[in-house]
Design a protein around this ligand. Structure first.
Ligand code: PEP
Ligand code: MN
Length: 339
């Protein structure tokens, strides 16, 4: 249910409504909009009609059901797009497009520093890089783990770029959150519900990648896990889904961008690197993502893709990444964005 407060309702009336929701056994999620505050009340679906009685409280305008199965993620509770702040300075979901760039895997301090400086120079605002790697083969490089997180933190110190990096299991959340500014959930973990619940109580924003076999409703239900457990800062990322096509690694589902923008207020980014699997398709699909209304991009960049320990084939050299950033400009402008 959504408890819609009157425009100009007092703080006292808002906290009164919040208390009443709690007393009825539901979790209140106040969402402060430009015009008015609404309070999402989520919990046991049975008996939720009781919440209707809150309509008689002072300051409450109406109590309406949320029709979508994802509640806090839906546009019903918040009409304006959410802006998620990363590292205290980078806003995702605003007018400015946000580009996260960096290697698939953190391989050495030199590699991360080289990419971070080049990415910053070209205009990226976030540094990405995996220290815990979800690999199909148990014999493939699994990541540098905490050492890799330290390399990322050092690169942030030198460049000022906030860091987004993957966390693969609940037991790692505290450690990864100590070094990172944003916690990535990879495609393979999008329905790891215990991890999502744990991230709900983490103090860092979450970068949630769509699973390769996750439809958009399921994707938003995964975001809902994080939101309802207390963390309102979730950014969605389309990274390609599995289809019968083999010319590309995945099929980048760009129609997900306008559809998600209609379904949810959460920012939507696109990863054309995993979406295509081949460096030569990354620029065209990045441009298309921005034209489709994405709030940002995640791009894999490696100084020597041929020697990369993972995903070399889809990684851009720094010079090509700089070309991408240049070519994005007219597309950003045409979509009413700045870069
Ligand atoms: C990654 O970002 O390097 C990654 C493993 O992505 P995905 O989870 O989308 O495959
Ligand atoms: Mn990768």
């Amino acid at each position: 249910m959504i408890i819609v407060m009157r425009a100009g309702a007092s703080e006292e009336e808002i906290s009164g409504a919040i208390r009443s929701i709690e007393e009825m056994g539901y979790r209140p999620h106040p969402i402060r909009g430009v015009e008015r505050t609404v309070i999402g009340a989520v919990g046991d679906e049975r008996g939720k009609a009781r919440l209707q009685a809150l309509e008689t409280l002072p300051g409450v305008e109406s109590v309406v059901p949320i029709l979508k199965p994802f509640k806090l993620a839906s546009r019903e509770v918040r009409r304006e797009k959410s802006e998620i702040v990363v590292g205290g300075k980078v806003k995702i979901g605003g007018e400015k497009l946000v580009v996260a760039a960096g290697p698939c895997s953190v391989e050495s301090q030199e590699q991360v520093l080289e990419v971070a400086h080049a990415a910053k120079e070209a205009g990226a605002q976030l540094l990405r890089g995996g220290a815990f790697k979800p690999r199909t083969s148990p014999y493939a490089f699994q990541g540098l783990e905490e050492k890799g997180l330290k390399f990322l933190a050092k690169a942030r110190e030198e460049t000022g770029l906030p860091v987004v990096t993957e966390v693969m299991e609940s037991s790692q959340v505290d450690m990864v959150a100590e070094y990172a500014d944003m916690l990535q959930v990879g495609a393979r973990n999008v329905q790891n519900f215990s991890l999502l619940k744990r991230l709900g109580v983490a103090k860092k924003p979450v970068f949630l990648k769509r699973g390769m076999m996750t439809n958009l409703q399921e994707f938003l239900m995964s975001a809902e896990y994080v939101l309802t457990h207390g963390n309102p800062d979730v950014v969605l990322c389309e990274r390609g889904i599995r289809t019968f096509e083999t010319a590309t690694r995945n099929t980048l589902d760009l129609s997900a961008v306008p559809v998600l923008n209609e379904m949810t207020h959460l920012p939507v980014m696109v990863d054309p690197s995993h979406g295509t699997g081949h460096f030569q398709y990354v620029i065209p699909m990045a441009l298309a993502a921005v034209a489709a209304g994405a709030d940002g991009l995640m791009i894999e960049v490696h100084p020597h893709p041929e020697a990369a320990l993972s995903d070399g084939a889809q990684s851009l050299k720094p010079s090509r990444f700089a070309l991408l950033m240049e070519r994005l400009k007219p597309f950003a402008a045409a979509s009413g964005r700045t870069l």
